[in-house]
Design a protein around this ligand. Structure first.
Ligand code: ZN
Ligand code: ZN
Length: 1011
């Protein structure tokens, strides 16, 4: 093995780099090695938010999510942490049931039962497992290092047991109970939806808008006037709500008198075209208790039989003057607000709608109809009964089922819930004890969401989920909650084992009741959000392995998209506090969405769906990672192929910088181990010390960004360092030093500096670009020191060393760069080529920093400005150059701190030097075209257009030969007769034609010549 720096391939080819690295990792079991080596470090519990395996291809946003996690995990490992990195999948849920229903043409819950529940559940399980397997491949392919061999799966029995355990905790604390709640309901899926599912999807729906007359008891021709957009809820009407703070009135229209809010009279007149003559006004309180009759009592037996209802009640909160008449039709079975007010007044909850969203028998004439389909009929009936004032239509945004797109209905149902509404203050406090990044994610968004904290309805009327572990006795209604499989079997009537804790197997287990009766499980399953919410302890199989929980819980870090404010973050906190009495995470990072370039969400149906695989095919894995990671984490990323392409250029620049270093260091057999910086401290030039200062400043900045999970900021700092400081500046500065053939301390100092900067950058790049950095490490550095760790991912994070940071060197370099770019501008204005050396460059400035820069970096500035002499004067002393500039003898350009003057008068020698440099550039270009090694020698000839140009070039023959590594160089004016093996080319220089010819001196011959 070499003891010096290895060589890299010239071009950055992401595919071959990545495939080679993947093979290496596989062959060396690199992931296992890295995790093992860090096992003794301090613990860091990263908790993966489990994606939902509803398809075999993860959304590109999920890939961003995983890459972000991987970057954090790799960083923590480089810092020495023992990271818990178990990924997870959220395997239960209705979308999977729906996919299986579609696959087998099953439509309703009844169909599923005849299809066979056992088979249905097995299909769901297989679907979830096969999709999560495919997703794992995609994540692994992107270089995401997690414990893919052992992901937590929410449908595994041990996970379910942990769910059960936590529910039992809630039960024993009196927080888990059965009760009536008004919920959003999907009539097709026949189940309740969560509030956070309801906000997922809306559709514009056309609905009726009707004004209905409720006849006042004992007052013929007098009516309470209400407005509604859900005529189908009128058969369930129980009361009318008015606001005690508003003024109401009786208003006449023809023979009828209406009761409505005074302030709504004008609106109702406009909407219905009815003239209303106000007879008297009075406060809303006067209406409390006013009795009326249901307009549908003759058609709906349930209405006719209703007791203790049909009177006016008061509500300050839920009656507004924004719409309608100020008199609100109230059906406690179909509105949360109605339900709440009804509870206060002890009103009955009328429920005439079944699970399929159809009217039941007590709804009389509407029995059997889907509720929304009954709307026209209800309106027709009201009209023929003389109870309709006016009917029209409105279009409004209505929630639909996010899974099947059916419009949702609101209905009161019996559900199992976890009482948390009363814990709002506690939750608010926990938000403050957690670190949120960005801060507003917690302080605003999460807290806002918590304002509506309600009891958590955890039951679902479906099949593919964690069965609710609740058994009820058929004789005495005694209820028991099972906290584990063992407890279940202990209490079982006969079962000694159960093959799976899923339905239908678990339902075969009956329990003995203390009354002697038999207990049966309730049919519900648990909402999927409870599964994922329990992840912090369920992935540790708590409480089966108390030592694991002791070791890890709670999670140090979680990161998910902004939709998880109302989703996973919320569920985690609830499930954590209910079961463990503590928040289950310490730090939350929130990221944005990946949208298309127009800012729309990506959907297969919109045709704007891009997968990470496509990006990898076209550009590569590292470029995908780099592109998503540069985006400000908490903002949305608008995906654009053009932008992606631009960012890919950065990676080529990184690569080329390393190629430059590896090429020259290798030629010079530079050994970083033999020549560490400290041995060369005295040989360091100011620009070397400047780069070291920048290196350590970058370490400090990147480290603090990574510590605060601002990955995009860390990436941007690294980019500036690699592109601006290294590639555009330092590498240019040291080019001439690396051409010197002898092993001078000056050259070694440049190499040692560059090497330190590159190695440092490499370790910091590794979490972001794991493939590219590994390849650079293996080929360039590890070669030189076989004792180094086997992988770049085992290198320790670079240590910041304050002794290298030098503020004045940095500021002076800024000034030096400004002087150099101003010189270039002044040259350009006079058509003077950069390669033409000039005698004098004068910088007129009063800035202390700029003046110091000229002292500190004098030789660098002279070389880079291509002048024999760079001087500085005060602005006052510049008047001489100012007049020379107006006479045309000097060129001039200005910068923030002063002006730069360039002597335009050129001697014969300077012109010859300029021409020679032009010639060198062409011949170097030709060397590249010939694909010569940097250190190989050539024979060369030049045919100049005239004797004076030829003699100019001859006067610089030594310089020419050195720069193009020519053993022999001939300059003439005669057209050449030389043929192959010479590579020849003609070039235009200053409008004249030159011919150049190069031929490689065989390396073999060269070696024997040297002997
Ligand atoms: Zn649905
Ligand atoms: Zn019993």
């Amino acid at each position: 093995m070499n003891r010096y720096v290895g060589v890299l391939s010239k071009e950055y080819d992401p595919k071959s780099v990545e495939n080679e690295v993947k093979e290496l990792w596989e062959q060396d079991s690199t992931y296992e090695l890295v995790t093992k080596m860090r096992m003794r470090g301090p613990k860091f519990y990263f908790l993966d938010g489990p994606p939902f395996p509803s398809s075999d291809t993860p959304h590109i946003g999920t890939c961003w999510n995983k890459v972000l996690k991987d970057t954090v995990i790799r960083y923590k490992r480089a810092r020495g942490f023992n990271v818990r990195d178990q990924p997870g999948y959220d395997c239960h849920g209705l979308p999977i049931e729906l996919a299986i229903e579609q696959k087998f043409g099953v439509k309703t819950k009844k169909d599923i039962e005849s299809f066979g529940l056992e088979r249905f559940i097995s299909e769901c399980k297989q679907f979830a497992e096969s999709n999560s397997g495919s997703m794992t491949h995609v994540f692994q392919d992107l270089g995401v290092w997690m414990d893919w061999a052992k992901p937590y799966m929410t449908h595994h029995d041990d996970y379910i047991e942990s769910d059960w355990w936590s529910l039992k905790q809630a039960w024993s604390k009196g927080l888990f109970e059965h009760g009536q709640r008004v919920v959003h309901w999907c009539p097709r899926c026949e189940t309740v939806l969560s509030d956070y599912e309801v906000v997922l999807d809306y559709k514009m729906l056309r609905d009726p808008s009707i004004y209905v007359k409720f006849p006042v008891e004992g007052k013929p021709n007098e009516f309470v006037l209400i407005w509604t957009t859900t005529p189908w809820t009128l058969p369930s009407n129980v009361a009318v709500m008015v606001n005690p703070d508003f003024q109401y009135c009786r208003a006449r229209s023809g023979g009828d008198v209406f009761i409505l809010a005074r302030e709504r009279v004008q609106h109702v007149e406009d909407q219905t075209g009815t003239r209303l003559e106000v007879l008297e006004s009075f406060p809303g309180t006067k209406l409390e208790g006013l009795k009326y009759r249901s307009p549908l009592e003759s058609l709906v037996p349930a209405q006719a039989n209703l007791k203790d209802a049909h009177s006016v009640v008061l509500s300050r909160e839920y009656v507004t003057l924004d719409e309608g008449t100020g008199c609100v039709h109230s059906a406690p079975g179909h509105g949360e607000e109605d339900y709440e007010v009804g509870l206060r007044y002890g009103l009955p909850v009328m429920m005439l709608v079944n699970d399929q969203g159809r009217f039941v028998a007590e709804a009389g004439k509407y029995a059997g109809k889907p509720v929304r389909d009954a709307n026209p009929e209800v309106i027709e009936d009201l009209k023929s009964l003389g109870m309709l004032l006016q009917a029209s239509e409105i279009e409004h945004r209505s929630p639909v089922c996010w899974r099947c797109k059916t419009p949702l209905i609101i209905r009161a149902t019996d559900q199992w819930l976890i009482r948390v509404a009363h814990l709002k203050d506690r939750f608010m406090k926990e938000v403050e004890s957690t670190l949120w990044i960005p801060n507003w994610a917690g302080a605003n968004q999460f807290k806002n969401w918590l304002q509506n904290l309600k009891d958590w309805v955890v039951s679902r009327q479906r099949f593919w989920g964690t069965p609710l572990p609740v058994w009820v006795c058929s004789s005495c209604e005694n209820t028991q909650v099972m906290g584990s499989k063992a407890e279940l079997l202990e209490n079982a009537v006969s079962a000694t084992d159960v093959p799976s804790l899923h339905m239908p197997w678990v339902d075969k287990v009956k329990l003995r009741c203390k009354c002697g009766g038999e207990m049966t499980r309730i049919p519900d399953v648990m909402v999927g959000w409870y599964d994922s919410g329990a992840a912090s302890y369920a992935c540790l199989s708590h409480p089966k392995n108390p030592e694991l929980t002791e070791m890890w819980w709670p999670a140090d870090f979680i990161v998910e998209g902004r939709d998880q404010i109302s989703g996973w973050f919320f569920s985690l906190l609830k499930a954590g506090i209910v079961a463990m009495d503590r928040p289950p995470f310490k730090t939350v990072l929130m990221h944005g969405f990946v949208l298309d370039d127009m800012g729309r969400e990506m959907h297969k149906s919109l045709g704007n769906f891009v997968t990470s695989d496509e990006v990898v095919q076209k550009f590569g894995r590292d470029i995908f990672r780099y592109y998503v990671l540069q985006s400000t984490i908490w903002e949305d990323l608008r995906f654009s192929w053009d932008a992606l392409k631009q960012y890919s250029g950065d990676l080529s620049t990184f690569w080329n910088t390393f190629v430059f270093a590896s090429t020259y260091m290798n030629l010079d057999k530079f050994s970083p181990a033999k020549w560490p910086l400290r041995k060369l401290a005295r040989a360091l030039r100011p620009e070397d010390r400047w780069l070291l200062s920048r290196t350590h400043r970058t370490i400090r900045e990147v480290t603090s960004a990574m510590d605060e999970y601002r990955v995009h900021e860390a990436l941007r700092k690294l980019k500036t360092f690699l592109v601006e400081d290294l590639s555009h500046t330092y590498v240019r500065f040291i080019r001439r030093r690396t051409w010197v053939e002898k092993e001078t301390r000056d050259k070694l100092a440049a190499y040692a500096t560059l090497c330190h900067a590159l190695e440092t950058a490499l370790v910091m790049l590794a979490p972001i670009l794991p493939f590219l950095s590994e390849s650079l490490y293996q080929h360039m550095f590890r070669e030189s020191e076989p004792k180094q760790p086997k992988t770049v991912h085992l290198l320790d994070w670079p240590e910041y060393d304050a002794k290298w940071v030098n503020d004045s060197l940095d500021a002076e370099m800024e000034a030096a760069r400004a002087i150099l770019s101003t010189t270039a501008v002044a040259r350009m204005a006079k058509g003077l080529k950069q390669r033409q050396p000039v005698r004098n460059v004068v910088v007129a400035t009063d800035s202390k920093t700029a003046r110091n820069a000229i002292t500190t970096y004098s030789s660098l500035l002279e070389e880079q400005a291509n002048t024999h002499n760079l001087t500085r004067v005060s602005k006052r002393a510049a008047s001489r150059y100012e007049s020379e500039a107006s006479s045309g003898r000097y060129g001039k350009a200005e910068f923030a701190d002063g002006s730069v003057y360039i002597d335009l008068k050129l001697t014969k020698d300077e012109l010859a030097e300029g021409l020679a440099r032009d010639a060198v550039r062409r011949m170097q270009q030709m060397r590249k075209e010939m694909d010569l090694r940097v250190d190989s020698y050539v024979h060369a000839y030049i045919v100049a257009p005239s004797e004076p140009t030829a003699s100019s070039l001859r006067s610089k023959a030594k310089y020419l030969a050195r720069e193009v590594r020519a053993k022999r160089l001939a300059v003439s004016t005669r057209k050449s007769t030389v043929k192959a093996p010479f590579y020849t080319k003609t070039w235009q220089i200053d409008g004249e034609t030159y011919e150049f010819g190069l031929c490689e001196v065989s390396r073999l011959k060269e070696r024997s010549a040297r002997r």
